[in-house]
Ligand binder design. Structure first.
Ligand SMILES: [Zn+2]
Length: 66
């Protein structure tokens, strides 16, 4: 099975974008194909890593965007 993952991450808000060239969260087109780690945020109010990354919306985020 060939695993092709070319998802991008937004450099501004770190959202992981499944397709398209625009971040649905912040509308930025500054996307990177180089990113590390996925952080699933279900409850941004309670999740500590979400606070550190200044995430306010639930969803999938890259821990590190290069
Ligand atoms: Zn964004």
């Amino acid at each position: 099975m060939v695993r092709r993952q070319i998802r991008k991450a937004c450099r501004k808000c770190k959202s992981i974008i499944d397709k398209g060239g625009v971040c649905p969260t912040c509308g930025s087109t500054d996307l990177s194909i180089k990113w590390d780690g996925i952080l699933m945020v279900i409850d941004p109010e309670k999740a500590l890593p979400a606070k550190e990354l200044e995430i306010t919306e639930k969803g999938s985020y890259a821990v590190r965007v290069l």
